[in-house]
Structures are given as structure tokens and as C-alpha cells.
Ligand binder design. Structure first.
Ligand code: GFB
Length: 318
């Protein structure tokens, strides 16, 4: 693993996707670095438009990029909107990565996803498992786009010597998550459902699938810290897994959220909805060897996510 040192001091750093959960957390984390954070709102820059992206990046004089912009969603959004997940993610990545190379950006960090790994990958999943088997059908469209993003960074590094690196975050949760029961990720969806059950004194909450799949969850602020750490300290073609290395069943996740929310009901299962990948936990030994570890306990992260939901979604709607 090539350790490197990229000093952010005085640099102009573009967070692409700063309105999303991961990008917003990276922008918050960058406030502790002595750099200038650059962002562009969707109305000012449409990342799907190649000429606009090239023009904006060339004019804006950027030193480093965090490529966190993506079309994202939970298992049902992935399964029901395959064209958007494949097309939009491919176009965003190709536009930003190519524009960064053309404008001479010195460092770029691309955010992938743990769904790049084969459905039946050996657990915990090592970086070497990429492209060793068939993907999980519910999110293969998103996975293929993210694999293309990793390969773009690797190809631009090989052919043009660009210092572009990639990280593969596990399932994320935290402030700024999308609270949308149909399209959201599981943590946000369950926070919504459990809070609603508490408010209406309902005795049951419905979980999709069987509750038995296992997932690993990383708090957004830890993800952001890892991204800044990797951008500053790592330079190699091989992408790095980012996670905690610990997983739990979906039912255990639901029970933890119920504890934090103070709801004592029971869970029922809608087996017509998909389980997705049976297990998804990362081998994070490479990142640990470089000196980075997640700092937030799962319970603390859930507490903060729930408080953010109450303050920013529930209270604002009231
Ligand atoms: O976060 P999630 O939607 O996606 O979690 P993936 C799905 C798991 O939670 C499945 C169960 O096992 C679902 O059956 N689940 C139970 C629920 N109740 C619910 C619910 O109300 N809502 C949701 N969403 N799930 C994601 C990809 O896969 O992995 C993302 O969709 C990303 O694109 C991420 O790549 C890393 O964990 O299956």
C-alpha cells in the first residue's frame, strides 16, 4: 500500500455532492482542515452535463475533489429504478473524473459502495473479492456504475499518472440521510417507521423481508473522517474498504432503534419485499493498518441520527 502525504493546507477542495448525506459530512469534516471548501448547487451546475462540468472545473481552479455525488437509495429504489441508478451514476463519475484530469486536479477521492462485491462473496469482504462472482440482483445497476468509477480512477492513474483514489463505504447512516419510507436506506426507513409507531401508540412495525440479512453500519461523521484521512495519506490503485468490520441482523438493527426511540412494540415481516444480499460486512484491515479506525459507537450514532431526524424532519414538518 502506497502511503503518501497530500497537504490540504490552503488548497481549494471541491465536495461534489455536498447536499447528500456523505458529501455534507465531508464538508463538515473539512472545516477542521485549513482549506477552502468549494461547492456548487444543482441549479448552478448539473453534473449530468459534460460540457458544463468541464467548463466549471476548469474555471474554478480546484486542487482536490471528493466525488460524493451520486444517485442513491435503499433496496427498493435500487431495484425499481435501474436506469437512473446505472445511467446517472455512470455519467456523473465520467464527467467529474475526466474534468478533474483535464483541469490538472492534483488529488481526487471517489466514493463507491460495498454493493460492488459479489452476492456470495466470502465474508468479511476483502478488496480482492471485486469481480470474482455475480452481483446481488437488487442493486447490480448501482454496483456496476460504482465498479466503473473505481476502474476509471485506476485507469486515469495508470495512463495519465493522476493521483485518483477510491474508497468503498459500507451502509451509511446519520445526519442528512433521506427520510423516505419507500426509497430510503434501512436505517432511515426504520427510524421513520418506529417513530411513527411510537407517536400513534401502534404495537407493531413492519420490516421488509425476513429480518435475517446482516449489514454493517457506519456513522456518516466517521465516513467523512475516513475520506479526509485517505485523501491525505493514501495513493494507490487499489481502493480501500471503509467500515467498522462489525455487522448485525436487520432485526437487531430494528431492536436497537426501538430502544433509542423508546418504543416497546414487536416487529412483523413483509416477506413480499426483498432481503437483498444475505450478509455484507467489510474486511477493514487495510484501512486499520494505515492507522484509521471508526470512533463512534453504533448506539451513539443511532442516538445522533434519531435526534437529527426529530429536529430536522419531524419538528420542521410540525
Ligand atoms: O439499506 P438497504 O435498503 O439496502 O437495506 P441494502 C435493505 C435491507 O434492510 C434488506 C431490510 O435486507 C431489507 O429487507 N429492510 C427491512 C428494509 N425493512 C426495511 C425498510 O423499511 N426499508 C429498507 N430500505 N430496507 C444498499 C443499496 O443495499 O447497500 C445501496 O441499496 C448501497 O445502494 C448500500 O449500495 C451500501 O443494504 O440491501
Amino acid at each position: 500500500m502506497a502511503v503518501s502525504s497530500f497537504d490540504l493546507t490552503g488548497k481549494r477542495v471541491w465536495v461534489a455532492g455536498h447536499r447528500g448525506m456523505a458529501g455534507a459530512a465531508i464538508a463538515r469534516r473539512l472545516r477542521r482542515e485549513n482549506c477552502e471548501i468549494v461547492t456548487a448547487d444543482r441549479n448552478d451546475l448539473d453534473l449530468l452535463r459534460q460540457a458544463d462540468v468541464h467548463g466549471w472545473v476548469a474555471d474554478t481552479k480546484i486542487d482536490a475533489v471528493f466525488l460524493a455525488a451520486a444517485t442513491v437509495g435503499g433496496i427498493m429504489a435500487n431495484a425499481t429504478r435501474p436506469a437512473e441508478f446505472l445511467y446517472e451514476n455512470l455519467v456523473i463519475e465520467t464527467n467529474v473524473i475526466h474534468a478533474a484530469k483535464s483541469a490538472g486536479v492534483k488529488k481526487l477521492l471517489f466514493l463507491g459502495s460495498s454493493c460492488i462485491y459479489p452476492r456470495m462473496a466470502e465474508q468479511p469482504m476483502r478488496e480482492e473479492a471485486l469481480l470474482t462472482g455475480a452481483l446481488e440482483p437488487t442493486n447490480e445497476w448501482y454496483a456496476i456504475a460504482k465498479i466503473a468509477g473505481i476502474k476509471l480512477c485506476a485507469a486515469f492513474r495508470r495512463q495519465y499518472g493522476c493521483d485518483f483514489v477510491s474508497v468503498m463505504p459500507t451502509n451509511l447512516f446519520g445526519p442528512g440521510d433521506r427520510y423516505d419510507a419507500e426509497n430510503g436506506h434501512v436505517v432511515a426507513a426504520l427510524i421513520m417507521k418506529i417513530h411513527a409507531a411510537k407517536r400513534s401508540s401502534s404495537a407493531t412495525v413492519e420490516l421488509w423481508g425476513t429480518g435475517t440479512p446482516k449489514r454493517e453500519f457506519l456513522f456518516t461523521e466517521d465516513l467523512a473522517d475516513a475520506c479526509v484521512f485517505v485523501l491525505k495519506n493514501y495513493s494507490d490503485e487499489l481502493f480501500l474498504n471503509v467500515g467498522t468490520g462489525r455487522d448485525m441482523t436487520i432485526l437487531e438493527l430494528a431492536e436497537s432503534i426501538a430502544r433509542v426511540a423508546g418504543w416497546n412494540g414487536t416487529f412483523v415481516f413483509d416477506r413480499s419485499k426483498p432481503d437483498g444480499m444475505p450478509r455484507k460486512v467489510m474486511d477493514v484491515s487495510r484501512l486499520h493498518a494505515l492507522g484509521w479506525n471508526a470512533q463512534t459507537s453504533f448506539d451513539e450514532g443511532i442516538k445522533q441520527a434519531y435526534e437529527w431526524y426529530l429536529a430536522n424532519v419531524v419538528d420542521r414538518a410540525a
